[in-house]
Write a protein that binds this ligand. Structure first.
Ligand code: PEP
Ligand code: MN
Length: 363
């Protein structure tokens, strides 16, 4: 990640292909947005795996000729979702350039294996969306099955994760999972799909910028000539003009920063990093000492037959420390999670202390 200083890859187009006119008009209107990158694909889903029966499930096979028309007329590479080996065969026969595995399919290893088998020996780009729920290994497994089929052009797509109940976003991004995916597959391009993350057209720009700031390699964004009238995902689609504007406003950063680095900048950055390193060393030392004392407390409690978990004391720690940390300007949910982790580790050490000593006694 982080190697580009201009717009990296872009996969854009409507959630679903609805009519030939809608597909062609959208593709034509996307020309300015696509001209911002060397690496563009026009997307439109023909087969839609819907959560409930009775919803629009895509136009199917007929839409393949519309995608061929987009290729011929606009000179664009085209992309569609495949959820079944039959879709793969049809798409390959119609010259589709990129196939993607949707979030619902990634969650199904048998299906992914069938797709991989259908793609064996084919030289085509395949994008793999993360599964609906936050399971990194399921995402990784789908990539590995495709790698096993010999595919060389695999792209990861981070589209957020479904959660129960209300959230600011339709599928909260849980960025750490995307970062962990990048650690597992450092050589695969990783795209972000802010449309399915946010579920709201007005929030797409912010998440796109965040993805760029994190060094993602591309964006997959839903765009429709008349979003309000879209047959699927109407709330999150942007017009082609809005997409072009959004892209024009993006700031691209790189490891070095834009415009070269002056000596002064290098010194300033290095000084700040050195200070962070010192603070981290200090933090680690403090944590180690804290855990040592936890062990001593474990021994003390064991000798006096006291309970390890003393809820009142824990609540007091949490209240006092979180309150103080918030006064210092730290985020409440961050400090609460941090303290919960510290407390859990501390309880683990205390329990270990008890069992180690009791084994010693038995000997
Ligand atoms: C889509 O891209 O239109 C789609 C259905 O996405 P996902 O599989 O991420 O839900
Ligand atoms: Mn969609």
């Amino acid at each position: 990640m982080n190697k580009h200083v201009q717009l990296p890859g872009l996969i854009a187009g409507p959630c679903s292909a609805e009519t030939r006119d809608q597909v062609l008009e959208t593709a034509r209107a996307l020309a300015p947005a696509f001209s911002r990158t060397q690496n563009a694909y026009f997307r439109a889903s023909l087969w839609k795996p819907r959560t409930r029966p009775g919803d629009f499930e895509g136009v199917g096979e007929i839409g393949l000729s519309w995608l061929s028309d987009v290729k011929d007329e606009c000179g664009l590479a085209v992309a569609t979702e495949v959820a079944h080996p039959r879709h793969v065969d049809l798409a390959l026969n119609h010259g589709v350039d990129l196939l993607w595995v949707g979030a619902r399919t990634t969650a199904s290893p048998f299906l992914v294996q069938e797709l991989a088998d259908a793609l064996k020996g084919v030289d085509i780009a395949v994008a793999v969306k993360n599964p609906m729920h936050a399971d990194l290994m399921l995402w990784a497994g789908a990539v590995e099955r495709l790698e096993g089929a010999g595919l060389q052009k695999i792209i990861g797509v981070h589209r957020g994760f479904s959660v129960h109940g209300q959230d600011k976003y339709r599928n909260p991004p849980m960025w750490q999972l995307a970062i962990d995916f990048k650690d597992l597959f450092p050589d695969l391009p990783l795209y972000c799909d802010p449309s399915h993350i946010t579920g709201r057209s007005t929030a797409v720009a912010g998440v796109s910028q965040k993805a760029m700031d994190l060094g993602f390699d591309g964006l997959m964004i839903e765009s429709h000539v008349e979003p309000d009238k879209a047959w699927t995902d109407a709330a999150q689609q942007v017009t082609p003009a809005a997409l072009d504007h959004l892209l024009s406003e993006l700031i691209f950063r790189s490891v070095q920063g834009g415009g070269g680095r002056s000596e002064a900048h290098v010194d300033e950055l290095e000084n700040m990093r050195a200070e962070l390193d010192l603070l981290d060393e200090h933090l680690i030392g403090l944590l180690a000492r804290r855990m040592e004392i936890s062990g001593e407390i474990g021994a003390y409690k064991r000798d006096r037959k006291m309970l390890i978990l003393q809820t009142e004391r824990w609540n007091q720690i949490l209240n006092d420390h979180v309150g103080r940390a918030v006064e210092e300007g730290l985020d409440r949910s961050f400090i609460t999670s941090l303290y919960k982790m510290i407390h859990q580790a501390s309880i683990g050490i205390q329990s270990r202390e008890m069992s180690v000593r009791s084994v010693e006694k038995e000997n």
